[in-house]
Write a protein that binds this ligand. Structure first.
Ligand code: PPS
Length: 338
C-alpha cells in the first residue's frame, strides 16, 4: 500500500482504535443488572473482543504494522523441545544409588534426563559445551534437564567446570555407609574379573587385622568429606542436596519428596509409584516413562554382596569413623553410620 503515507497510516489506525473503544463503551453501557443477562452479555462481549482483536491485527498488518509475530510470541509458550545444558546434576557418589535416584526422578513429567552417563566434566570437557548440550534430551520450557555421572563427585576440576557452565545449577549427591559402598564397588569389579583377590586382602594390609589401605579406590571413595569440601568452595550448601542412599531404599517416596522440593518441582512422585519387590530386596517401579508394567532396576543394581570377615568390617568402620564425623559436620546431617 505505497499510496498511503506513513503519517496517514498512523492516523487511520488511531481512528480505527477510537472507533473500537466507542463500540466497547456502547456494549458495556447496555449491560443489565440481571444476572443471567450479565453472563450472556459478558460472553457476547468476550466474543466481540476476540473478533475485534483479530480484525485489529489484520487491519494493522494491511497498513504495514507487524503486530502478528509479537502477539504470537506473547501468547504461545515455546512448544518446540530444544536441547539445553543441564539445570541439575547428580554428581555422585558411585555405588550409592545414583541410578535409582535418576530413574525415580524420570517419573516426573517435568524432568528430562540423559539416559547414560555423559562424563563431560571428567572425560570430555575438551569437547566443549556445545557437544555437551547435544548429549541432552530435548526439553520443553519449564522442564528440567538433568544427567548423572557419579565420577564428578571426585573429579578435582569438576566443581570449577560445573560453575563455569552455570553457577546456579542444582547439585544432588547420594551417599551411603562407606563400608557397604566399598563392598558394592568391589562386588562390581569382581563381577567383571572373577580372579580378583578377596575384598579383605585388597582393603586391608596383611589380612583382617592389618591397617586399612586408604589408597585403594573402593576405600578412598568412602571418605566423603574431602570431595564435599571441594564442592562447597564453589557452591553454597543450599545448592547441594545430599540424599541418604539407605533412605532411598527404605522409603523412596519420602526421599523423593525432598528431592522434588529441592528442584522446585510439583510433588508428583509419591508412594503410589513404588512397590517393594521382596525377591530383589529393593523398591521397584509400578510404571515409568518407558514401561507401563511393574519393573525393577537392572541386574547390576542390587547385587548380592560376598561374605566379609566381621573383623575386617570392624577395622573399616573404625577407619571411617572420624571421616564420617567430619562429613556429618560439613553436610549438617548425621547419617548414623556405625
Ligand atoms: N531401587 C533400587 N534397586 C536397585 N538398587 C538400588 C535401588 N536403590 C538403591 N540401590 C542401590 O544402588 C546401588 C548402585 O548404585 P549406583 O546406581 O550409584 O551405581 S553406579 O555408580 O551407577 O554404578 C546398588 O548397589 P548394590 O546393592 O551393591 O548393587 C543398590 O544397593
Amino acid at each position: 500500500m505505497k499510496w498511503i503515507s506513513a503519517v496517514s497510516k498512523r492516523t487511520i489506525f488511531i481512528y480505527f482504535i477510537l472507533l473500537f473503544l466507542l463500540y466497547l463503551f456502547y456494549v458495556l453501557n447496555t449491560f443489565s443488572v440481571d444476572e443471567n443477562m450479565f453472563t450472556f452479555k459478558y460472553l457476547t462481549l468476550k466474543r466481540h473482543v476476540s473478533n475485534y482483536n483479530y480484525v485489529t491485527r489484520r487491519f494493522a498488518a494491511l497498513l504495514g504494522y507487524n503486530f502478528k509475530d509479537k502477539y504470537m510470541t506473547l501468547r504461545k509458550p515455546n512448544l518446540v523441545p530444544t536441547k539445553r545444558l543441564p539445570d541439575a546434576l547428580i554428581i555422585g557418589v558411585k555405588k550409592c544409588g545414583t541410578r535409582a535416584l535418576l530413574e525415580f526422578l524420570r517419573l516426573h513429567p517435568d524432568v528430562r534426563a540423559a539416559g547414560s552417563e555423559v562424563h563431560f566434566f571428567d572425560k570430555f570437557y575438551h569437547k566443549g559445551f556445545e557437544w555437551y548440550r547435544n548429549r541432552m534430551p530435548p526439553t520443553l520450557e519449564g522442564q528440567i534437564t538433568m544427567e548423572k555421572t557419579p565420577s564428578y563427585w571426585v573429579t578435582r576440576s569438576a566443581p570449577k567446570r560445573v560453575f563455569a557452565m552455570n553457577p546456579a545449577v542444582k547439585l544432588l549427591a547420594v551417599v551411603r555407609d562407606p563400608v557397604t559402598r566399598a563392598i558394592s564397588d568391589y562386588t562390581q569389579s569382581a563381577s567383571k574379573r572373577p580372579s580378583l583377590p578377596r575384598f579383605e586382602e585388597l582393603a586391608l594390609m596383611d589380612g583382617p587385622w592389618g591397617s586399612v589401605v586408604d589408597t585403594w579406590p573402593p576405600v578412598r571413595l568412602g571418605i566423603y568429606a574431602r570431595p564435599l569440601r571441594r564442592w562447597l568452595r564453589r557452591f553454597p550448601r543450599s545448592r547441594i542436596l545430599i540424599i541418604s542412599g539407605e533412605r532411598l531404599v527404605v522409603d523412596p517416596a519420602a526421599e523423593m519428596t525432598r528431592v522434588q522440593e529441592f528442584l522446585n518441582l510439583k510433588p508428583v512422585i509419591t508412594e503410589k509409584h513404588f512397590y517393594f519387590n521382596s525377591t530383589k530386596g529393593f523398591p521397584c517401579l509400578l510404571k515409568s516413562e518407558s514401561r507401563s508394567t511393574p519393573h525393577c532396576l537392572g541386574k547390576t543394581k542390587g547385587r548380592n554382596h560376598p561374605y566379609i570377615d566381621p573383623v575386617a568390617l570392624e577395622r573399616l568402620r573404625e577407619f571411617y569413623r572420624p571421616h564420617n564425623e567430619r562429613f556429618y559436620e560439613l553436610s549438617g546431617i548425621n547419617f548414623g553410620w556405625q
